[in-house]
Design a protein around this ligand. Structure first.
Ligand code: GTQ
Ligand code: FE2
Length: 370
């Protein structure tokens, strides 16, 4: 005796009538764990990406207040490892995934607290929208964190964080956790329980070796692992680069990405490639009165407003965003930003993955080609 199965609806033309024989065929598929293409093709092979992720804005003031409460109530230590609270995209089933590939979290450390040493295959970075006083120690190299700094840290490097001041500090973490989770690529190890160093130098060893523009050290230190060897991209350089672009534009040199829109990409100083194998990171500055051309890209991005107030449109929805607010642009959804008074944005995306696989598409100033 066969139990009735519901024959899935197919978009295909000329489908046979729902006879008992067809019912039995579908029953056979089900019991053999088989699924025909013709009922799934609309979902699996859409004409263009239809992300399950949704555009969404998280307000910094709400995030920060909750992180502060977590700082009072939840200890940080071995096991939980980090007091990090992740953005959960409303389209991704409550999982702590900002997008299908990217993790974004606010992390909070109280005065004197240590986040223990560990390492994992996930590629990571920190970005600081306010505050200072935490040193992230990467393979024994203490790296100061301050407002506007971008601190990449590729997979499989040991790292712990220490707040050596008398003030709490919060920042954002970006990682490729969802990507490595979906592809079963994750490895993780605990490091020693002792704090490895309490040094708090002004500049990390990585900056002293690598942060001199256009000067590649002829070093006998062999490169280890993937990703940029430079562990801190300081705000003074980012800010200066963007200020210079807009000033050049004002002097009549059309150097910007588009009128009023200056931007930089954080890169590996050895070859100009992305800082991390799976994550691209950029900083964008819009001069007062700028509206960007609509952009569409394969792959997803997370943006944080660093300064100013802007109106952003993702797909059919528009939001007002201010300093610290985070938002998500899902794959292939058109994105525009506009500002009256000027605005600065940090953004990261999974674009390097698609570029390496030949799956990247990007429409900003051109019309779609086939
Ligand atoms: O700071 O090492 O948000 O390992 C998620 C995983 C932060 C970190 C996160 C991590 C870290
Ligand atoms: Fe980590």
């Amino acid at each position: 005796m066969t139990t009735p199965v519901t024959i899935p609806v197919s978009d295909a033309p000329d489908q046979p009538a729902r006879t008992p024989e067809l019912e039995a065929l579908y029953q056979g598929f089900e019991s053999e764990l088989l699924v025909p293409l013709w009922t799934e093709i609309g979902d699996l092979m859409p004409p263009e990406p239809r992300s399950k992720a949704q555009a969404h804005v998280w307000q910094w003031k709400n995030l920060y207040a909750l992180a502060e409460q977590a700082g009072d109530l939840v200890p940080v230590g071995r096991g939980g490892e980090r007091r990090a609270i992740a953005l959960a995209n409303p389209g991704l089933g409550g999982r702590p995934f900002a997008t299908p590939t990217l993790w974004a979290a606010i992390q909070y450390l109280n005065p004197g607290e240590d986040a223990p040493v560990h390492r994992h295959t996930q590629h990571a970075f920190r970005f600081v929208v306010e505050g200072e006083g935490v040193w992230t120690v990467v393979n024994g190299d203490p790296v100061a964190m301050r407002r506007g700094d971008f601190l990449p840290q590729a997979g499989w490097n040991w790292h712990g964080h220490h707040n050596i001041t008398d003030r709490p500090m919060a920042w954002i973490d970006g990682l490729d956790i969802p990507f490595q989770y979906a592809t079963d690529a994750t490895f993780f190890q605990f490091g020693p329980d002792e704090v490895e160093t309490r040094e708090a130098p002004e500049r990390s060893r990585s900056e002293r070796l690598w942060a001199h523009p256009g000067l590649r050290p002829l070093t006998r230190i062999a490169p280890t692992g993937v990703g940029t060897p430079l562990l801190a991209y300081r705000w003074e350089h980012t800010d200066r680069a963007l200020t210079d672009q807009l000033e050049l534009e004002a002097e009549g040199h059309p150097v910007t990405l588009e009128p009023g829109h200056a931007a930089i990409r954080y890169t590996d100083p050895r070859d100009g490639s992305d800082v991390l194998p799976t994550i691209r990171a950029e900083f964008h500055r819009l001069a007062p009165g700028t509206r960007t051309a609509p952009a569409r890209e394969v792959g997803s991005s997370v943006h944080q407003v660093f300064d100013g107030i802007a109106e952003i449109t993702v797909g059919a929805r528009t939001w007002q965003v201010a300093r610290g607010d985070l938002f998500v642009v899902p794959s292939w959804q058109p994105f525009t930003a506009a500002t009256e008074g000027g605005a600065d944005f940090f953004r990261f995306s999974d674009t390097p993955v698609f570029e390496r696989l030949g799956l990247d598409r990007d429409i900003r100033f051109t019309q779609q080609e086939d």
